[in-house]
Design a protein around this ligand. Structure first.
Ligand code: C2E
Ligand code: MG
Ligand code: MG
Length: 569
């Protein structure tokens, strides 16, 4: 360790004889290397420490205005990072030990030891203080992001709860989790994952106020203690700020990554009486946010407890659903708006547990994704839809492409293209009659793997479409980059067309954009004659929606396909 050239010492000592002695000893040991500032009582210490910087404090324990341990604790409170060496005439071991436990680095007894002992003690105190601080830091802070870690977070939470109890205010606890972090880590590697967490920390930091604690508990789990809230609205404001702050892509090396986060909030004292409860509840609220489609925030409510249980049982039942053959596929026709003939079909997953009502994907797809079951179920969907389409052709029905939805998780598998190829080979379906529906988010991940998989699928002759277009991301560059065939305008745009906030000009623009890139444009969620008229006038190539037909079980769809067009309207 290198010490400063001029060693600055704060000497707190009321006995003039001892002051003189110390000065002489230091001058004798290293002439000219010590700059000694002397104060003779504790009440002057704060001011002196405010005006000047010191490397070490050398203090007597018996002062006119303080005695014993409180001299040490006072100094420590004024500046916790200043090393302290006690120089006392008290010889008992207990006092020495207590001084060390309360912030002093060393304890010397007056009249024992020579000048060198004193100098060495001062130097070691500085060194020891540095390693102590380092250890404290390591024990309390996350080394990757520099944020408080779990231990310090717990400390601060307890502290905040105590204060709030005293002043009858509200503290908010927020749990955040990066959506799909594991997949990002798995596909792009830990280095990129780490960069992302660091960048996240910086953005989050900008969303919280001065007194709030942003901590990282590990992995992609962040927490925020919202100090002294006016009420739930304040927490809402922070949550909204966070969601918005995640919108712009993260530029990490050559990668451009889009992430969203799910936020759970519990308020103290209403949302939990103890720190444990509060943490558990904020966590439950976060899972609830995830289950509602991620990228949102939720407050803890008492009903979430029972929902947590439901989630567990649902997960277990889903694990068995495939082997029990409880999944089925419904088919919804795509229609040419002019001829009203069927031009394709979308395969939509359904779950029919024995003796229960049919369950829609909105209720369980997220769990399939979270648990990884989507890989196996997705294979089954692919295979079944291909087999069904082949069977229609074998029966002499007009050949149409069948569209299968792909979740991001499936897409991130290296062997996806091989899986698709196997399904085509096994069922004998020609590749041009299979279409894969991808989401914008998936395309935006912008990895080498995305490029390769899409190109391979395209080269095989499989058609590619972008599902729910317009909902996710504003960057359209990927439309040009990837070998796509079809754009499906999200149903929300179609739904609002006649009545709501969607500007018809926007739908016009999407159709025009699609056509300028030579893509087929499909509108989803067409429910009324007005919507159909609008879309058909603007040159929309295909439509899909309840106006023509709900998704149907295979047998019913077969009958409809035999007629070439839906019977209604
Ligand atoms: P999606 O791919 O956008 O499918 C269209 C959804 O809109 C379907 O919901 C369909 O039933 C519904 N829909 C069709 N016409 C209308 C209409 O006129 N009005 C309204 N309001 N809705 C209409 P569904 O079947 O509940 O599926 C929901 C989502 O679940 C799908 O959205 C898709 O993202 C996902 N999904 C479905 N099957 C699978 C699958 O096998 N694998 C994966 N990964 N995702 C699937
Ligand atoms: Mg779809
Ligand atoms: Mg869609």
């Amino acid at each position: 360790m290198t010490l400063p050239k001029m060693f600055r010492i704060l000497l707190v000592e009321d006995n003039p004889g001892d002051v003189r002695l110390v000065r002489e000893m230091l001058a004798e040991a290293n002439p000219g290397s010590f700059d000694i500032t002397h104060v003779s009582c504790l009440s002057n210490v704060s001011r002196t420490m405010g005006n000047q910087e010191f490397d070490v404090a050398l203090v007597d324990l018996s002062l006119p205005d303080a005695s014993g341990l409180c001299t040490v604790t006072h100094l420590h409170n004024v500046n916790a990072s200043l090393p302290i060496v006690v120089l006392s005439s008290l010889t008992d071991e207990d006092t020495a030990l207590l001084a060390l436990q309360n912030g002093a680095q060393d304890y010397l007894v007056k009249g024992r030891g020579d000048a060198h002992t004193l100098v060495r003690a001062l130097r070691y105190a500085v060194e020891r203080k540095q390693s102590e601080d380092k250890l404290t830091y390591l024990a309390q802070y996350d080394h990757l992001t520099g944020l408080p870690n779990r231990a310090l977070f717990r400390d601060r939470l307890n502290h905040a709860m105590t204060l709030v109890t005293r002043y009858q205010g509200t503290t908010g606890l927020m749990f955040l989790d990066l959506d799909h972090f594991k997949e990002i880590n798995d596909t792009l590697g830990h280095d990129v994952g780490d960069l992302l967490l660091k960048a996240m920390a910086v953005r989050l930091k900008n969303c919280v106020r001065e007194g709030d604690t942003l901590a990282r508990l590990g992995g992609d789990e962040f927490t925020i203690i919202l100090d002294n809230l006016g009420g739930a609205d304040d927490a809402t404001a922070v949550a909204e700020k966070i969601i918005a702050a995640m919108q712009p892509p993260f530029e990490l090396g050559e990668h451009e990554i889009f992430v969203t986060t799910s936020v759970g909030i519990a308020l103290y004292p209403n949302g939990g009486k103890t720190a444990e409860d509060l943490i558990k509840h904020a966590d439950a609220a976060m899972y609830h946010a995830k289950s509602l489609g991620r990228n949102n925030y939720q407050f803890y409510t008492a009903t979430l407890d029972s929902q947590g249980l439901q989630r567990m049982t649902l997960e277990n039942r889903l694990r068995h659903a495939l082997e029990r053959e409880e999944f089925l596929i419904y088919y919804q026709p795509l229609i040419d708006p002019h001829s009203k003939r069927i031009t394709g079909a979308e395969a939509l997953l359904r779950w029919q547990p024995a003796g229960e009502e049919l369950i829609l994907p909105g209720e369980f797809i997220y769990l399939l994704e979270q648990t990884g079951l989507i890989i196996a179920v997705g294979k089954w969907v692919l295979h079944t839809a291909c087999a069904r389409n082949r069977a229609w052709q074998n029966d002499g029905l007009a050949p149409i492409p069948v569209a299968v939805n792909l979740s991001a998780r499936q897409f991130r598998q290296k062997e996806l293209a091989a899986t698709v190829e196997r399904a085509l080979l096994a069922t004998g379906l020609e590749s041009q009659y299979l279409q894969m529906e991808l989401t914008e988010g998936l395309l935006m991940e912008n990895t080498g793997l995305t490029d390769r998989t899409l190109t391979t699928l395209k080269d095989m002759g499989v058609r590619l479409s972008v599902d729910d277009f317009g909902t996710g991301y504003s960057s359209l560059s990927y439309l040009k980059r990837f070998p796509l065939d079809t754009l499906k305008i999200d149903q929300s745009f179609v739904h609002d067309l006649a009545t709501g906030p969607t500007d018809p000009a926007l739908v016009n623009a999407i159709i025009a954009l699609g056509h300028s890139l030579r893509l087929t444009v499909v509108a989803e969620g067409v429910e009324t004659a007005e919507q159909l008229a609008f879309l058909s006038k603007r040159g929309c190539d295909e439509v899909q929606g309840y106006y023509f037909s709900h998704p149907l079980p295979a047998a019913e769809f077969t009958a409809m396909l035999a007629g070439g067009r839906p019977s209604a309207p």
